[in-house]
Write a protein that binds this ligand. Sequence first.
Ligand code: FES
Length: 656
Amino acid sequence: MEIKKPLAIVDFEPISRRVLIQEKQNFYQILINSGIRITSLCGGQGKCGKCKIIIQQGFTILNPSTSIEKALLTQKEINQNYRLACQCIIGDNPPKLVEESIIPQVKIFLPEELLIENFKILTSGVNKGVNLKPSIIKKYLNVRKPNLTEPVADLERIIASLSGSIIKDDDIPFTFEIEYDALKKLPNILREQDHKITLTLWNDSKIIDCEAGDKTQESFGIAFDIGTTTIVGYLINLINGKIYALDSALNPQTAFGEDVVSRITYVKNSEESLLHLRDLVLDTLNKIIESTCKSAGITPKQIYETVIVGNSVMHHLFLGIDPSYIGLSPYVPSVQKGLNLPAKEVGLQIFPNANIYMLPLIAGYVGADTMGVIISSEIDKESELTLAIDVGTNGEIIIGNKEIIATGSCAAGSALEGAHITHGMRAASGAIDTVHINPKNFDVSYTTINNKEPLGICGSGLIDIIAEMLRSKIITRSGGFNKQVISHERFINLEKSFEFIIASKEETSFHRNITISQNDIRELQMAKGAFFCGTRLILQKLNELQKNDLKIGQIFLAGAFGNYINKNNAKFIGMIPDISEEKILQIGNAAGIGAQNCLLNRDLRDKAHQLLKSINYVEIAVQQNFQKEYAESMYFPHLKLNYFPSLKEYNEIPKR
Ligand code: FES
């Protein structure tokens, strides 16, 4: 079979879709031919200006901007490398400067408004519930009026009423502060309804707002989980603890790097780039605030507090703090403790004197999102030693129980989100998400997200494929294609390597096979090996600290990916330890629930602060036996089969 060298490789983000380009064509055609549905009103005629894409890499093999683009794009968009897909041609400018043997790579970011199919963003999870004790409380007071015998000032009379209405456990006298804005409007508000007034208090100690009459039923907060790829916001009524609306969006920073390391590289030494990424995330949060308020029928000014979780880089970028030093040894963040910041200074468009609480960071690569997982999963109350894995763009590992907790992070997520996999893509419509292979004839059956024609393979599909290929002995325990079966018709011989067909070209809308290559299997091996090796090294550390031989008794799988994978298959490929299925729980967006819980109960913020002192952080990659453990963990399920005693099927799977 003659294989024509591609003209270029194009990676489409944020869907992590790779397309090989064989001939000169424009991006509108490439997207349509690849089955990626986009917004366009003119069908590629250069009239509607809707098909905007952002070029991130590979400028030299594209045609220069056309006069149509100069007319339909703003100067700002042109400066930010926007092009119109139907006008931007690849191969128009052959790569003469590039060595013959190198295939040029182009990276394109598809803005959210261009994509018709929605992403599957996980917003729900297991919530154990919390007692309602928000930082924000509203107090309705019928304040005593002044007279000539007692000409007491407004604020002092209010404080006297307040002191009488708040019951405290100790004898400490109340001291109240008042925000300047609240003080300015106090005299008129107080007299608007005959000295009947509602005060909004933060932490029982600061008056942040005052309203005439009884407004005690109108108090809202919003919790955000800022992920590297997705952002979720939950609008919550602080009086009854219920979620009134939620919304999610892709993190627009993805256009400037798919993972935290590339975002750090983007902002390095450039205040302008840092502020650009800060503004992108801030805009998204403000849009979520607007949309959730609209669905709940309230105004953003009724939101008095926000709680935010995110990994350390997302945390810094949101606050406009340079995250560069997180990327340099010894990988420290600029601040670790939980923060209380005024909304008006940070730029969130809610009540101006509202408080923004940022959960504490555990370390440079284990952020406030992991703290959120610990808070919501209550791993610190478990009797059994519990492994919690949060699989996002970065993978965080927590192992602990009521006696001890340790955490660490491993760079494992991007293959599981479709990156670097030939036909990989994120969990969006058309992604193959579950797979079964008949071990007798290698027939493949699969499902896709939203039952659309297959477009690519997402992380859960990839895990299924590898597990099923192992069970069918299509691949060996070391991850190579089994030489005994490569003559089967489902294999494509590419001279130096093979590919196994998952969906044939007759089944896809873009008339090309969706396959798994040897390289794809290696990528998955690295990802799953990173998780297993990280787990073992953290466990070893705990055992050293406890002078014990602790064993993992249960597993919590957090995050979008953890929620959708087949638990047994994750175990079968050796990504997680060998424990029974009923002890493996999928807990959903545990980081987001941690943020919600901290919004609803302020004591959990003190708990996070206490946990910070007791959590043992393990820098996995610098552990003495890291290389050996990692190499052994890349085998299926592991080089040492005795780590997986229940997987008897492995006795029949060839090692090489
Ligand atoms: S599709 Fe309308 S301008 Fe490109």
